[in-house]
Design a protein around this ligand. Structure first.
Ligand SMILES: [Mg+2]
Length: 306
């Protein structure tokens, strides 16, 4: 396994930092954030979910489910991941997305992993069928499979399908993880490499949103809705244009809207790009799960896979 352990830690800790920084201002407008904080640069308590500072949400919880499963199974086993999602749901999390809740309910009724999300997707109308709930949790896969990009693309899509079967979600996970793997491998242009690898398989909306970023063009406007294409475009934009990991995550969170998830996705990519040591220590120290995230990142480097 060629991945630098420190960069792998950056992926998991960066995801948790973006999630926890964004949590108290989730659903806020950028103006409201600016009014209360000028620029939100510190972990704060209370706010949207009324939790202590540094509290993570479903984004990191579900990424932890995938990371623990990879380490304990020494492979990607979607049935095992799905059963961990069910256990997490039964623990009564305070934050959970619509499609995730619906798919987990189907898993609890006996649907296999590759049926539950498909059924939910087929029953969901356009506009509420392609949320960002699978991209926010998939980055742990990029660590063990960074040296096998074909497998990484496949397992990333499968990890999405458990709850989010829309091709924009499944390929969203693939392009995100291939980009993260590119940074872990010190590739010259990770997003370009990811888009080239997926090629014509990419859904047109994703291609249209991400190709300009890869070419260095900057979109006129960026959205922070829960639509997977918006979240990926905004988070990747903020990492590609940042000079530091902190800049990337602060910019993403202060846009308002789905702050924890845009922050988590930007954080995972920024952690891969800049490394764990470049994440602000004052943020990392607030994350209760820090030790487990560090240990998992190390252990993920030794997963054998297929
Ligand atoms: Mg969340």
């Amino acid at each position: 396994m060629a991945v630098d352990e420190l960069d792998g830690r950056g992926v998991l800790l960066g995801l948790a930092c973006g999630d926890a920084l964004g949590r108290p201002v989730e659903f806020w407008s950028p103006d409201r954030i600016a009014h209360d904080y000028d620029t939100l640069t510190e972990m704060v308590g209370d706010g949207t979910w009324g939790k202590p500072s540094g509290t993570i949400t479903d984004d990191t919880d579900l990424a932890l489910c995938i990371a623990r499963s990879l380490v304990e199974c020494d492979n990607f086993d979607p049935t095992d991941v799905a059963s961990r999602f069910v256990d997490w749901y039964d623990s009564g999390p305070f934050d959970i997305g619509n499609m995730t809740a619906q798919a987990i309910n189907r898993l609890k009724q006996g649907d296999p992993w590759d049926v539950a999300g498909q059924q939910v997707w087929e029953a969901s109308p356009e506009g509420s069928n392609a949320g960002n709930g699978s991209i926010m949790r998939c980055p742990p896969l990029a660590i063990p499979y960074a040296d096998d990009l074909e497998t990484l693309a496949r397992v990333s899509r499968q990890s999405s399908q458990i709850t989010h079967a829309d091709p924009r979600c499944t390929y969203g996970c693939a392009v995100l993880n291939l980009t993260i793997a590119g940074y872990l491998n010190n590739a010259p242009n990770p997003l370009t490499g990811a888009l080239d690898r997926l090629g014509a398989d990419m859904p047109a909306e994703l291609q249209a949103a991400l190709e300009p970023l890869a070419n260095g063009d900057r979109p006129d406007s960026l959205s922070t809705s829960g639509y997977v294409v918006h979240t990926l475009q905004t988070a990747l934009h903020d990492v590609l244009t940042a000079d530091t990991a902190e800049d990337a995550i602060v910019t993403a969170v202060n846009r308002g809207g789905d702050t924890d998830t845009v922050g988590a996705v930007a954080g995972a990519v920024a952690g891969a790009r800049f490394g764990a040591s470049e994440l602000p220590a004052r943020w990392v120290a607030e994350i209760d799960e820090e030790r487990e995230l560090r240990r998992l990142a190390t252990d993920l480097c030794t997963v054998e896979g297929d």
